[in-house]
Every structure is written in C-alpha cells, then in structure tokens.
Design a protein around this ligand. Sequence first.
Ligand SMILES: [Zn+2]
Ligand SMILES: [Zn+2]
Length: 153
Amino acid sequence: MHTGSCLCGAVSFNVSTELQPPDACHCTTCRKWSGHFFVSTDIVTGALDLSGADKVTWYQSSQKVRRGFCSVCGSTLFFDPLFHDWTAIAMGAFDAPTGTALGRHIFVSEKADYYKRRLKMGFHKIKPKLQRNWLREILRHAVLLQIFSVYLV
Ligand SMILES: [Zn+2]
Ligand SMILES: [Zn+2]
C-alpha cells in the first residue's frame, strides 16, 4: 500500500499495488505542465483510491489525455489517458518510501537546454562514484607511504 497527497492535502490517495519503475517524460507538454520533466508511475485504475476528487481540476491537454492538478495548491498530480485503464501519478506526490527507482527517460529529444542530455539512472549512478573514491583512497595511501618511507630510511 502506498499513500500520497498534493502539497496542501486537499487531494490524497492510496494505491493498493506495488509501484512500477517510474518514467521521466521530457516532452514539451510535460515540462510546461510540471515545471521540469515529469516523473510518474502508471497505476491501474482499480488500484487507485482517491480522496478529494472534487478538488482535482482536469485540463485536457490533447484529444486523448487529461491532466489533473489540485485546484487549491496547484500541485501537479495525474496524467490520465482517456482511453486506457491506467492513470500516471506524479512521483513527487507519493509519501516515502516509494520502494522503486527511475526506470527510463522518454521524449528526450524534446528536452530543455538547461540540463544534460546524458541522464544517469538508478544504480548506474553509484558505480562511477565508488570507483572515484577508490582511486582517491589509493592515491592518498600512496602519498602517505612515501612520506613514511622517508623517515624509515
Ligand atoms: Zn492541494
Ligand atoms: Zn510528456
């Protein structure tokens, strides 16, 4: 069971399933709507229990999709394709822990110019950092050994 809400709490929800790895959408529409790229996870309609539905304002951004936000605080919440049985929920609305990790980036060709094209994800991010730390440790020890060897001779 996962819970979440908008910033002011007028809209809240429960999700009865585990969360799928979220998508980060870089399309122009998602960026305009969310303020940056939009990260969300798809929830089967039957698994979503929504409270404060009357506080959700829907904006139809295309013929096939409507987007929902809190009419009180403006939080970006739902991406709802009209002819599918799922709704994408903004990852930022979920309470921790979400128990998932970013799965993929989509519509990267439409991304803005103020962040890098190569976006690292999940555990890939940890590996190079560890390697860098290892290298730093080895170098530090090598320097210390040299200093002590001067005194030992
Ligand atoms: Zn709100
Ligand atoms: Zn998008």
